[in-house]
Write a protein that binds this ligand. Structure first.
Ligand code: BTN
Length: 327
């Protein structure tokens, strides 16, 4: 059975933020004028799962985030225009992409964000599965109805990848180590920290899986040597997944809005500058066959420029690139 978790009593996130930003324990009396109200709000936060510790019954300190996603915290001062107008958080779904596709088809649900703590049939690209331990990553899907100029798969995949890359860097990973591996992987160094899966039906769904808290033994053995998580890369533990989810929604919205106003090229430099294959020797699979050469340049609109050994160049539209691998 799936259980929505967004039916909790409203949490006083402003109070939580006040406590979190304080250098140390705070007297309850300093957290608000109505002592009983403050105490009740603190207990509600604690009951939700936020780490609060009480000292001598009258002072309280923030010790850490809730281990489960908190809808109120994600929505707190979100400030987005399209993406995140509505957010639903579920304990367990087949795939967040499934629910986003279903709910996104209802008018008024453009920008809907679906998050889940667990997927029973998470999907990756090319029919692969996407597995993640319960409540250790971000499993998110966004339903969009992009205008035709923003509706191609490589552009939407790049949107997801750029937003994730920015969040990963902002979480404390050295920005130069955060790369985008064509078409949909976000890497830290040579290890994959996130993947993007865009699916198109009645609406477009941009699905993102971001490894956050996983330790090495939490990855399936087949990907243990190639996967990583934010916790492993930053050494920070615990990480606040609700804050990260909020930052991801904000980054997606920022880039999407800019592209709506300025066109798809507005995303180009943020994408191109992180492309791991740029300047490297690559092999491209296209419907017309395989092509090898140096990836001399990349542009989401104009396509990929492949330079052969004899110096001649060829432009391949992004839509014609089925796969791109380093040689
Ligand atoms: C890949 O790397 O192949 C893409 C992985 C995408 C995984 C995410 S998790 C949230 C959303 N729901 C899914 O079933 N898949 C995407």
């Amino acid at each position: 059975m799936t259980v929505p978790v967004s039916t909790q009593p409203a949490l006083n996130i402003r109070l939580l933020e006040k406590l979190r930003s304080a250098a140390g324990p705070q007297a309850v009396g300093e957290l608000g004028a109505n002592r009983d109200r403050v105490l009740a709000d603190l207990r509600t936060l604690q009951a939700f799962g936020f780490g609060l510790t009480w000292l001598d019954g009258d002072r309280v300190a923030y010790v850490g985030p809730a281990s489960r996603l908190c809808p109120d915290q994600i929505e707190h001062e979100l400030g987005t225009v399209i993406i995140g107008r509505r957010i639903v958080v579920w304990n367990r779904l087949t795939s967040t992409n499934d629910l986003a596709a279903r709910l996104g088809a209802t008018s008024g649900n453009e920008g809907l964000v679906v998050l889940a703590e667990e997927q029973t049939a998470g999907r990756g690209r090319r029919g692969r599965s996407w597995s993640a331990p319960v409540a250790r990553s971000i499993l998110m899907s966004v339903a969009l109805r992009p205008p035709s100029r923003l509706a191609d798969l490589p552009w939407l995949t790049a949107l997801g990848a750029v937003a994730v890359a920015e969040v990963v860097a902002a979480a404390g990973v050295e920005p130069g180590r955060v790369r985008i591996k064509w078409p949909n992987d976000v890497l830290v160094g040579s290890r994959k920290v996130a993947g993007v899966l865009v699916e198109r039906g009645a609406v477009v769904v941009v699905g993102i899986g971001l490894n956050v808290c996983q330790q090495p033994d939490e990855f399936p053995s087949a990907i243990r040597s190639t996967a990583t998580s934010l916790a492993l890369e930053t050494g920070r533990d615990p990480l606040d997944r609700s804050e990260l989810a909020r930052a991801l929604i904000q980054a997606l919205d920022r880039h999407y809005l800019r592209a709506l106003q300025q066109g798809p090229g507005a995303l180009n430099e943020a994408w191109r500058s992180r492309l791991s294959a740029l300047g490297r020797l690559v092999r491209l699979q296209t419907p017309a066959g395989t092509l090898a050469g140096r990836l001399a340049d990349a542009d989401l609109g104009a396509g990929l420029i492949i330079e052969s050994a004899d110096g001649t160049t060829q432009r391949v539209p992004t839509l014609s690139v089925l796969d791109l691998d380093p040689v």
